[in-house]
Design a protein around this ligand. Structure first.
Ligand code: IVH
Length: 669
């Protein structure tokens, strides 16, 4: 490479790094992974090493972080807050040990004691204590000058305002550590932000940074931040000899301190701990991005000194990165056990956390809309532990204009039946779709549906596995001899199941409708449909406009019902069930009843009957019971100590009845 070529490349790299610095530190919204950022930085460092004349004072290699943001006062650190040299694997950890010994003129087999501790993925912060009291807090900033975040840090609960120990403590102490957010709290915060229509954070570290660097400390106070101390700056009033002692002192003063930490007598022990930590990283409530290895003796710290960027006595041994960017090549649909069809991004394969990832979940169509993700997009993907990889953000800067929108599925990719919308999801409308058959049987047989005792999930799985049930209606064609061949079935249990199936042949219409698992049709809706149409025959011919007119049936439900009956396989399944002798009871509408077609809500305790009895009574008289009061409610029955439903009924002007009045109305008193 000629000097001129190198100059051009260096300039290009600086431009890019500057932009990503800005995205990361100022906007808290990075568009590349740390790994990729490190690679850019490495390339620039290498280039500048080769051609030192190219180093410019404003090169990103000449500083270690972000400049203070406007709006914050600045704090000059009494000892610069440097960064750490990186190692990516065990070989590079050994290289650090060898380098350290060479620098100290020690033989390769000399023993250096190291402290190994987690590298927390947060935001570094320095807190000053005078006479044991919290006085000043600052971010690292560019390493020399940071932002004054004193009022913000004061709101972080785990940060002590006073030392818990009073004797033998430093009169002046700069505590250094990491401001963090627990993964769990990060998820919660993101849910809240999404609900409010705000942009969620890409990861816990950005969430911690975004929460701390708020000009309004009230916002910081409302965010669940944590602080873990990993070292000190300037110390006055106590003599410390080792880093291990420093951490022990911090713990005694009342700080949360890097844990688990280990005092190692050799680099082999360090590596052993490194393996353990990486293996267990998911067990920690915080995101860890590696392990920090520090020479234990502070005297050796003096001798080793620092380079412009980092101390020679410490090393960050990184874990495999879990976020990478890649492209979405295609989108396919996956059908879950319940018939939920989820969009899955097919990726240009990329290694994430040591595993090649070629697919990532897009969860559902609300998520697709929220991310505004399109086919061909460059995206940030992440995986944690055994969790399915997911798309975190779209890198819109990389769009070419040729990206294509992702459409909801029109049909089930497994069986080809119609896909209908249920909330944020799409579901297959075929009740016997192979993807969901096991769950369909389990639901069909469940207590509140057809109530077939002895037909649970395990048996359902066996029946499907052995090919005995290929269609839901096959349940009614099972014979004792089929069951006797199955593990766990003996003469008696087989007989019992056959009898239970037989007994289920005369359900109420509502139970039967519910049992079929039509998308959007739960128990309540099934009851409404049964009441309204009275017979299966009439329901099966219902048109969309007809369904839409029914109180309590929304457009998604109405469409589901129509799609269900449009699917020939569903009609055949039900027909086969009927041929086997299944016959739902027709519901005759007790038109004369005072509760016919009425929606009733109960609140408070009833003295003359249980809730279940009251519900049965209402249903017997042609009404339905709902759990919440809405404009569709006709009547609220008020017992002892009524809840908020009573007030709501009054607000909406809905008729309320005392228990005695209800009993009179229903002819029970
Ligand atoms: S010691 C001279 N120990 O990593 C710097 N740093 O890449 C000494 N970090 O700025 C740093 N956990 O924000 C140290 N246990 C730990 C750490 C840790 C996280 C962060 C810290 C530092 C950055 C360096």
């Amino acid at each position: 490479m000629t000097l001129e070529e190198a100059r051009k490349l260096a300039e290009k790299l600086r431009e890019e790094i500057n932009y990503h610095n800005y995205r990361y530190y100022v906007l808290n919204d990075p568009v590349i992974s740390d790994e990729e950022y490190d690679q850019l930085m490495h390339r620039l460092l290498e280039l500048e090493e080769k051609f030192p004349e190219l180093v410019t004072p404003d090169s990103p290699t000449q500083r270690v972080g972000a400049p203070p943001r406007e709006g914050f006062a600045t704090v000059t650190h009494s000892i610069p807050m440097l960064s750490l040299q990186d190692a990516r694997n065990e070989e590079e950890i050994r290289e650090f040990d060898a380098r350290t010994k060479r620098f100290l003129n020690l033989p390769p087999d000399a023993i250096i004691e190291y402290v190994a501790e987690p590298k927390f993925d947060g935001l570094s912060c320095e807190i000053v204590y005078r006479d044991g009291r919290f006085t000043l807090a600052s971010t690292r900033g560019d390493g020399v000058v940071g932002e004054d975040v004193t009022p913000n840090v004061r709101t972080i609960r785990p940060v002590p305002m006073r030392f818990v120990k009073k004797e033998g403590v430093p009169g002046y102490l700069e505590v250094r550590g990491e401001v963090l957010m627990r993964r769990e709290d990060f998820e919660k915060l993101n849910q809240e932000l999404i609900k409010k229509g705000e942009k969620p954070f890409a990861n816990p570290r950005n969430a911690a940074a975004g929460s701390l660097r708020q000009l309004d400390p009230n916002i910081t106070a409302s965010r669940p931040l944590d602080f873990v101390a990993w070292g000190v700056g300037l110390v006055e009033g106590v003599e410390l000899e080792t880093h291990w002692e420093t951490l022990a002192m911090l713990e005694e003063l009342g700080f949360k301190v890097s844990t688990p930490r280990r005092l190692c007598q050799s680099i082999d022990q360090v590596i052993e701990f490194y393996r353990e930590l990486e293996e267990e990283r998911d067990l920690f409530p915080y995101e860890l991005d590696g392990m920090v290895i520090k020479v234990n003796s502070l005297e050796l710290w003096e001798r080793l000194g620092t380079t412009a960027r980092s101390p020679r006595w410490a090393l960050a041994a990184k874990f495999k990165p879990r976020q990478r960017t890649t492209r979405i090549l295609d989108v396919v649909y996956n059908v879950g056990r319940t018939g939920t069809i989820t969009p899955v991004a097919v990726l240009d394969p990329v290694e994430v956390g040591g595993v090649i990832v070629s697919r990532a979940s897009l969860h559902n169509f609300d998520e697709v809309k929220r991310l505004d993700v399109r086919m061909g997009d460059t995206v940030l993907v992440q995986r944690a532990g055994d969790v399915i990889p997911e798309v975190v953000t779209v890198i819109k800067e990389k769009r070419t204009g040729r990206e294509k929108p992702i459409h909801p599925p029109e049909e089930c990719p497994v069986c080809g039946a119609q896909a209908v919308k249920e909330g944020a999801y799409y579901k297959c409308v075929n009740i016997s779709c192979p993807a969901k058959l096991v769950q369909a049987i389990k639901h069909f047989a469940s207590r509140r549906a057809m109530d077939i005792e002895g037909l649970g999930g395990k048996t359902a799985e066996l029946l499907v596995e052995r090919g005995l049930v290929k269609d839901l209606s096959d349940i009614y064609y099972l014979e004792k001899k089929d069951l006797l061949g199955l593990p766990g079935f003996a003469e008696k249990s087989a007989q019992n199941l056959i009898e239970a199936i037989e007994r289920s042949k005369n359900p109420t219409l509502a139970r039967f409708i519910y049992a079929l698992g039509i998308p959007n049709v739960g128990e309540y809706t099934a009851q409404v449909l049964a009441r309204h149409f009275g017979s299966w025959e009439i329901l099966s011919r219902a048109s969309l406009p007809e369904l839409l007119e029914i109180k309590g049936i929304g457009p998604e439900t109405a469409r589901s019902v129509v799609s269900f009956f449009q699917e020939a396989r569903n009609r055949q399944t039900v027909e086969r069930m009927f041929q086997a002798g299944l016959k739902p009871k027709e519901e005759v509408q007790p038109k004369e009843s005072p509760l016919a077609g009425k929606v009733v809500v109960f609140t408070g305790a009833l003295s003359s009957m249980t809730r279940d009895e009251a519900k049965a009574l209402v249903e017997e008289l042609g009404g339905t019971v709902s759990n919440s009061v809405s404009r569709k409610t006709d009547l609220v029955v008020v017992g002892e100590n009524p809840g908020s439903k009573y007030q709501r009924a009054q607000q909406l002007g809905i008729k309320t009845l005392k228990e005695e009045e209800f009993l009179k109305l229903t002819g029970r008193a």
